[in-house]
Design a protein around this ligand. Sequence first.
Ligand SMILES: Nc1ncnc2c1ncn2[C@@H]1O[C@H](COP(=O)(O)OP(=O)(O)OP(=O)(O)O)[C@@H](O)[C@H]1O
Length: 748
Amino acid sequence: MIIDEFEWQCESQRLEEVTKELIKQAYEVGDLKQALRTDTLETQRALWEDTGSVSIINGLDQIADFMQSIQLIKEQKAGHEFNKKLEEQYKRMLLSPYFGRIDFLEEGEALAEKCYIGIANLISDDYNFLIYDWRAPISSMFYDYEIGDASYTCPEGLISGKLTMKRQYKIENGKIEYMFDSNLKIDDEILQSLLGKSSDSKMKAIVTTIQREQNKVIRNDSYKNLIVQGPAGSGKTSIALHRIAYLLYKYRNKITSKNIVIFSPNNIFNEYISNVLPQLGEENMCQTTFKDYMHEALGNEFQKEGYCEMMEYIFNAKHESSYLIRIDNIRFKSSMQFVDVLKGFVAHLETVNKNFKDIIIRNQLVISANEIHELYSKDYIRLPLKKKLQKIQERLLFLLEPYEKKMVEEKIAELEESGDYVDSREIIERSKVIVKDEMSPITYEIDKMTRFNLVDSYKDFYKDLEIFLERANVKYDDKKITQIKNYTLENLRAGRLDYEDQIAILYLKNATGDRPKTSEIQYIIIDEAQDYTPLQYEIFHQLFGQAHKTILGDIDQSINPFMNVGDYRNITQIFEKDNTCVLNLTKSYRSTMEITQFARGILNNKVTEGYVKRRGEEPKVIGCLDKTSIRESILEDIKVCRNRGYKSIGIITKTIGEAEEVYDALKDSVNVKKIVSDEDEYVNDIVIISAYLAKGLEFDVVMIYNAGQEMYSGDEDRLLLYTACTRALHVLCIYYIGSLSPLLMSEY
Ligand SMILES: Nc1ncnc2c1ncn2[C@@H]1O[C@H](COP(=O)(O)OP(=O)(O)OP(=O)(O)O)[C@@H](O)[C@H]1O
């Protein structure tokens, strides 16, 4: 709706007033920050000069003063940091104080309240809300309602009324660029103009255009665990980050960013998303990857296969004789049945008859085997296996102490009497060594009875695998299981741990009680959730059972055909069913309509809705004679795209091996970077990257390197190719040699 001149004047005047208030408050905060800094320096100086060196000789008062000053410095520093952040927020707000307005007429009131919505609250000295934070309860109506009946929930309960107006603004550098009233949802026009831009170097906040279905996820508080399924580009990662910002606002007195952890697919992605929360005025949460956590937990004892190594094997080693066995191995260990079988094994470990023995010293019974068994099966029954054995060991060593002490005393007396030693210290040391020697068979026995070796135990599991399969009622193919057993045992004996075995060993480690304390983590976010196996979800549950979980993924983007979640029902089986809810997102935002339709064709999914109708050019599918001609086409297309102003170009290969090859072929002709490890840095330029490392990222232009039939032939490659194509915002070029992949031939 067009806005008349009078309205423009009113809005411009209001913006001026708000800007003045922002400047005033920014100065106040700046002064306060400076004062706190001066105070801190002064306290530090006083502490140094007045207190001098702290010593107990100067009396307890001095120590008390010292501690008080330290506490004061801490508080002053925290105050300074807080005000520094506020000052930065004011600076950001001055550029664009708000982006939306709703006029809300509450039931029973005569006048509608004008609510301006921005990235943070601005409250005047007389307690008027000049701007509402987008996360405030009242602001939810901006995302949820059109003109007409509306309501929101706040601590006082449900507030109902009517939205009489909804306005959107684009304010840049403190000036209104445009504004318009929208009767409908957050207008497609603004959304399309945002989406039509060239991609930034990092993911950006979408606070001005959050959609209703996205808002539902961001603010959902009804369930402990949320599973969010959404197609490529539906904003899952964006939502996850905005949800974190929302939680930090809503529970600001209870949690900080340190209480939230996000599991990302890799460190490239971690870097890519690292700007969103700071843009929203919040500190980043803890970011990690499953692989990093797992490798740290398992230590360096074994030769561990990396995630990329496994992916390269899956795509490159089809000709190897053991390939099919390895694939069966991955499939089996990624199945829900494997979780049940492994759980059964853990339960068995608890009950297995431990070979406890009487502890006897010099014919004296210290503790009988039965008594040790009592400790194991009664006193420490509630502890997990490893902890239980540790406790027993501590207890036995404690019981030995008086015997040992007495034996040392006797030995000292004996040596003194012998007259062979003159130095009493030497006599003591010598006596201790002799007694230790005498005791060593007993301590060895204790160690043996209470030792728990994770990998040995994992080997035992395979030795009797059929028994555990039967106990868990799992039907199995004898031949396959024998092959899996032999394959795994051979690897373990050689000190090699395949990626899928690392997950299983980590599970065992946690299940037997050797796991880190994670009670401070109250929220966890798992992005790209489709690529975790049920066993990995068990591990998340083991580690963060107490935490609220937001799990976001797209089953159609399972980049590993053999190792994925399979079905979200597997997750609900693991977490508390009645506290877990699955929400679906239905719309894609990233790509043009043409690219989205083309990509959905790969899934044999003809769609006419479920995406923003942003128009672009049809994807180009270019047949090439050989690799040299692909190279030439790519170089030509890079030139064209650069001239059209596109910044980021992703040349997507199937594997890292292929990415290296393409990099070598292109590097002398154009300035390209390669991303060939999950530790590499994200760059917003021309990059060569394998499809499985590109998941979650996006590029203005995507060039799929060689989508010939040889590369993407069967169903197993379908989702990988789909994921690669859906990384494109504006342009998609597909090159191939020989015949085109049949996956790209569907009528979309
Ligand atoms: N409401 C929105 N307003 C503006 N842009 C949006 C909105 N939702 C999503 N986007 C944009 O769409 C793109 C895709 O978002 P995002 O990466 O969060 O989606 P995703 O579902 O995690 O994607 P994928 O599963 O394909 O990795 C991003 O550029 C994001 O900024």
